[in-house]
Design a protein around this ligand. Structure first.
Ligand SMILES: Nc1ncnc2c1ncn2[C@@H]1O[C@H](COP(=O)(O)OP(=O)(O)O)[C@@H](O)[C@H]1O
Ligand SMILES: [Mg+2]
Length: 265
């Protein structure tokens, strides 16, 4: 459903700070793939996601979505088929707006302007139902300002918003990295059930090898702008942290990254 052909991105080309962040990368996702992406700091994970989202245009290659070449499409054009959640819980929701207003904004995403702003009763019932699935008690707080919520609650709400209009592709960039371990686990389980329940295709960047192994049906490891390992199915299910550490070492990963990736850091 999405295909990256020979995609690369170099920052500051021709200067002393030149950085080849993604190098001639090929990747094809199948419908319903839930891919975890792991790699050390600066491996190019976020850049890869940003290339898909159109934050940056690729220097080489093409990006094909559902047979359509979107390589030259702008970020706002691609937003219509993407859901995105980032690391910072403050980014996904508007703090000064109510939970219901945030949901209404997400629900209207990609729809024609000029629709009446008011939330219909039917819509509100849908929000309450969706919020209840989070199991955080937010369904009784429709008119609370989002800024009053905890980081975990905000990430859960952001996830719900990102999937309210079913996206063709969900991009998650270390979306639980800023949360405490218990909350992170809860948001990850929620992520899994949302992706499974809606049959979404998703990329989830993590620096936690345990999470990369536990979630999804496919795992990709990146180092230095390249995908150096790509496993799915039974092979992925039988992976252990040590296997990943070995792969990472073979690819020349550093000691500090090894600490972080193993979950020790
Ligand atoms: N906007 C940018 N301008 C310049 N360099 C960047 C920019 N974004 C990322 N980089 C560099 O590209 C490399 C890959 O970064 P990134 O994709 O963010 O890595 P990761 O998400 O795997 O930690 C890093 O060396 C980073 O410093
Ligand atoms: Mg990153």
């Amino acid at each position: 459903m999405i295909k990256l052909v020979n995609v690369s991105k170099t920052f500051n080309p021709g200067t002393i700070t030149e950085k080849r962040a993604v190098k001639r990368t090929n990747l094809e996702l199948r419908e319903g793939d839930f891919v975890t992406v792991i790699g050390g700091n600066g491996a190019g994970k976020s850049t890869l996601l940003n290339l898909i989202a159109g934050v940056y245009e690729a220097d080489t290659g093409s990006i094909i979505l559902d047979g359509l070449d979107v390589t030259r499409k702008k970020e706002h054009e691609r937003a219509a088929f993407l859901g995105r959640v980032f690391q910072d819980p403050m980014m996904g929701t508007a703090a000064s707006m109510e939970i219901e207003e945030n949901l209404a904004l997400a629900f209207r995403r990609g729809k024609k302007r000029g629709l009446r702003w008011g939330v219909t009763r039917q819509e509100r019932e849908m929000y309450v139902k969706r919020l209840a699935t989070l199991d955080l008690g937010l369904e009784t707080r429709l008119h609370s300002k989002t800024g009053l919520l905890s980081g975990g609650q905000r990430q859960a709400l952001t996830l719900l918003m990102a999937t309210l209009q079913k996206p063709r592709l969900l991009l998650l960039d270390e979306h639980t990295a800023a949360l405490d371990p218990k909350t992170a686990a809860k948001v990850l389980d929620l992520t899994e059930s949302l992706i499974g329940g809606e049959g979404l295709t998703a990329f989830m960047v993590t620096h936690n090898m345990r999470h990369a192994i536990r979630y999804g049906n496919r795992l990709i490891m990146m180092t230095d702008g390249r995908i150096i390992y790509d496993v799915c199915g039974e092979e992925k299910r039988s992976l252990e942290v040590n296997d990943l550490l070995k792969k990472f070492e073979q690819a020349g990963g550093g000691a500090s990254d090894r600490m972080i990736l193993s979950g020790a850091g």
